[in-house]
Design a protein around this ligand. Structure first.
Ligand code: GLC
Length: 416
């Protein structure tokens, strides 16, 4: 579970509100003064994440607005100086460990609050008069020290951190237009990574330092297949929102249905990837009712279907139309996005499967092999190409977001 939580939960109109509305640091301070997350309870977040089937959580230690959820020695712009009056990462990390969830931090490379972070095309001050003159007084060397110092704090003071999501580099591309964007030289990414590996040897780090990372991060889209780099498959994780925003966005009701979310999860695992699904808690610290309902809906499906997801990956086999395969050891999972009547044909699987059942209720699915030479007539369907396995489906589609058939392969390597 991805969690975007910061001062932007107060205006509640997108976590980029400061940039979108070109808000000055002085005006943005209104939210700093009002931040009072009296209902913040990371144990409850952890409970909801676990119930949804999640295995780790990634929280914004600092987003682009620059506000720090922890008691950083390097700034006053932090939770300890608000009505929260405490380091909010301490209970977060504790709650995750207690719940058996892996601990992830998101950390923004971008900082619209820091006085030395130079103004660029996404900075709130980009349309101010005399940007060049303002930038002449800003020194990225100072900001870089701050960035490295804060990452050091985060990876020193909270025990074992499993996962780090940096955000983001834009050295090239459409948002480096009037002013240069920022990338590896601005962050000194190589040195930063060395320090990270020194402090947390087991950690995994994403790919947004303008350098290759441990995994790639498609954002708000599903890749069409395995993700590749230089002809090789790379580990990937799609980050997805519930409604298009990452931070709490009160009036944005464009929520994805549970059906869509479950399909996204399956689709990712079928392509060898992973899903990082986001919630944006309210300024009081709660996961709002719409987000909570989405998580609960995913949890309802995961309760009976986790076996086809957790520890599973892609299968070396082309699925029939409207289906996705995942595989875990000698079990192959057929996810049916549509419900055909009265059979589904699985090319290439005849003689390779010893048993088939619906996952939701472990009821047998009868298997058949149809003689390829059979001619269809009246009530009798014709033959199927050699090697096709035919599964007889019940008329009633199971009442779950996506029905899954669990196929027991004769041997694990059957599809290799
Ligand atoms: C983006 C956005 C951001 C969000 C992130 C999640 O790069 O700037 O608001 O935190 O993606 O991946």
């Amino acid at each position: 579970m991805f969690v975007h939580w910061g001062l932007y939960a107060l205006p509640a109109r997108h976590e980029w509100v400061m940039s979108y509305e070109r808000t000055s640091v002085e005006d943005y301070n209104a939210y700093f003064e009002r931040f009072d997350p009296d209902l913040y309870d990371p144990r409850e977040w952890a409970r909801q994440a676990k119930a949804a089937g999640m295995e780790y959580m990634v929280l914004t230690t600092k987003h682009h607005e620059g506000f720090c959820l922890w008691d950083s020695a390097l700034t006053n712009f932090k939770a300890t100086n608000t009505a929260a009056d405490r380091d909010l990462l301490v209970p977060y990390v504790e709650a995750l460990r207690e719940a058996g969830l892996k601990v992830g931090f998101y950390h923004s490379l971008i900082d619209w609050h820091h006085p030395d972070f130079t103004i660029d095309d996404i900075h709130p001050l980009r349309d101010a008069p005399h940007v060049e003159a303002l930038n002449a007084e800003r020194d990225m060397n100072v900001y870089r020290e701050y960035l490295h110092g804060q990452v050091r704090e985060l990876l020193t003071n909270y025990g074992k951190i499993d996962y780090l999501f940096f955000d983001f580099s834009y050295r090239v591309g459409s948002i480096a237009d009037r002013y240069p964007g920022k990338g590896r030289d601005d962050w000194d990414s190589g040195k930063l990574l060395d320090m990270i590996h020194d402090l947390q040897p087991g950690i995994i780090v994403n790919d947004r330092l303008d350098m290759p990372g441990d995994f790639v991060t498609p954002e708000q889209y599903q890749p069409s297949g395995a993700m590749m780099n230089g002809g090789k498959e790379v580990p990937w994780e799609a980050c997805q929102t519930l409604n298009g925003s990452w931070g709490y966005d009160r009036d944005n009701l464009d929520y994805k249905s549970v059906d869509v979310l479950v399909r996204m999860l399956i689709d990712g695992v079928a392509k060898g990837g992973n899903l990082l699904l986001n919630v944006g808690p309210t300024a009081r610290g709660e996961i709002g009712p719409r987000a909570a309902a989405a998580l609960a809906g995913m949890g309802e499906w995961m309760r009976t279907h986790a076996r086809s997801i957790r520890g599973a990956g892609s299968a070396n086999l082309v699925p029939p139309p409207d289906c996705r395969y995942t595989q875990r050891g000698n079990r192959l999972y057929l996810h049916l996005f549509a419900w055909p009547f009265p059979v589904v044909y699985l090319p290439g699987l005849a003689d390779k499967v010893s048993y088939a059942q619906l996952l939701n209720d472990a009821s047998e699915v009868v298997m058949e092999k149809r003689d390829p030479s059979l001619q269809a007539q009246n009530t009798m369907p014709g033959g199927q190409p050699e090697g096709t396995l035919t599964l007889k489906l019940p008329v009633q589609r199971p009442n779950v977001a996506v029905p899954v058939i669990e196929l027991f392969l004769n041997t694990e390597s059957e599809l290799a």
